[in-house]
Design a protein around this ligand. Sequence first.
Ligand SMILES: Cc1cc2nc3c(=O)[nH]c(=O)nc-3n(C[C@H](O)[C@H](O)[C@H](O)COP(=O)(O)O)c2cc1C
Length: 215
Amino acid sequence: MSTEILTGENALQVDQAGLDSYLNHVLKRRSIRKLTAGPVSDETIRAIAEAGRWSASSGNSQPARIVILKERNTDFWNFVEQTLSTKLQGEQLERAIARLAGYRSGVFTIVVYEDTTISHNPPAGFNPELWKNFAAQALGIFQANLWNAISAAGLGASNQHINFQIEEELRSFLHVPETWQSYCILPVGFPAETPAEGSRHPHEKVVFYENGPAE
Ligand SMILES: Cc1cc2nc3c(=O)[nH]c(=O)nc-3n(C[C@H](O)[C@H](O)[C@H](O)COP(=O)(O)O)c2cc1C
């Protein structure tokens, strides 16, 4: 895969249309927790995965791994339900199961992992805690790139963390090595709900030009 990067005088022009289009996808990306099925090609899914694979990482160490379930999507969510049923009870279980319905009815699911053979092995002389922090940042960027690509494709997703309740069972269901630690689960499909209007802190609370807010 290659994209042209302009250099020299040809580069001295902001691609405003490209920026507007990108921002539109970022603004469109919302947590969509109720999904519906529809036609999504393997090529589309691969392109979404490529948006993750090409993410930046510290020293290009690339600590993220993903497992994508399409053929096994329904089986996967049935497995999650069965496993949760052995761990939760009563109302907690009912609420968890009710939420799963919206994920199961989507098209595919991405499970995001950290490969600790990378994140727990800093280069010589590198502070190990800082290296782990950098890996976490890289995983965040990877997830953001996946989620924005999903939005650009007109699909919806959310960022779920049921994985932490079922780590070992998930490991064997997905056949992943013990050295991988789960991060999150992204159920993906066509949106079957309109999210509430988005809200964020005002620009002035978050973004400071030239100087921060301290006296
Ligand atoms: C690190 C992280 C963890 C999150 N965990 C969950 C989660 O476990 N379940 C969930 O439904 N949403 C989860 N979310 C989604 C947030 O609640 C959501 O992004 C936020 O409220 C803003 O809403 P929006 O995504 O619609 O813009 C998580 C988001 C992030 C970045």
